[in-house]
Design a binder for this molecule. Sequence first.
Ligand code: TYM
Length: 327
Amino acid sequence: MKRMLTGLQPTGEITLGNYIGAIRQMVEYQEKYDSFIFVADMHAITIEQDPAELKKNIRNLLAIYLACGIDKDKNTIFLQSENVYHANLSWMLECLTPYGELTRMTQFKDKSQKHKSFSSGLLTYPVLMASDILIYDTDLVPVGQDQKQHVELARNIADRVNKKYNKELFTMPDALIGTNSKKIMDLIDPTHKMSKSSENKNGVIFLLDSDEDIRKKIMRATTDSDMSIKFDPDNKPGISNLINIYSALSNLSVSEVEEKFKDSNYGTFKASVAELVIDTLRPIKEKYEMYQNSSKIDEILDNGLNVTSKIAREKYELLKQTMGLTR
Ligand code: TYM
């Protein structure tokens, strides 16, 4: 059975973009693959975090996973920082990764331009991600489009290290981007991806938003003056984003959505998008409350640490020996 691994950062509330781009695929694939799901808390500290908030967000993300249908019996669920081999392996891989390869990463370029000063972790972040993936001989990494470049980097690192030491040290991972996985854009500025860290929260739908907030945010989404419900991301990014959201959640293709709403005006279309989002998120919100304060989360993480630390330790020791880090 192929092994699949993926994770999200616990950096605030989870967005509709995370759900459509990642979590939904995770739920689908748990049936097919040996599935490892984690909370990428070490990645979260590449930008400044309030410790109490971070702690809360870690638990909230685990409750979201469970509420979205990630099944503890079909997945190994764990917390990245508890398994110390990830960061240890990452250091070795950093020393085998040219600096230029990291400065060329799109996400690094974007984020480093946004902040006046930033941590070195922001630069080495994709190597830690490679370590998360390679330490388990992962075959498949379900991610949204925005993380594809980082999975490519993990492949480059695996290939380079295997060749350097002339050994099959690491399995080559593949990014798994579902056919219905879309990059969801900000509702106010649809030229940027919907992101937890957006300054204007009206552009972002959070999974736990009230029905009223969801309705308001979608009804106020930026569109254009053309009035036709046509998919054209370059000229009509707002409407195209709403079409993508509708398509992803209804499992209709983009052209089926265009056809369905060909005689509707923007107001009617937006109201339909809002109702579909509300109906999709309602059961998740209900289950979330139940899991949030449950001791189940601790049991799940204890088990996850137990399973993953054995596998991770072996791979870490293998590279350590290979590189000559022994007495
Ligand atoms: P993160 O937390 O930024 O995002 C989690 C997942 O959600 C997807 N995503 C989106 N998809 C569609 N539209 C959007 N607007 C949108 N925003 C986010 C992301 O592509 C991602 O799949 N580095 C990763 C976490 C990570 C990881 C890993 C993932 C750390 N190590 C190893 C896979 C394997 C991250 O920051 O994701």
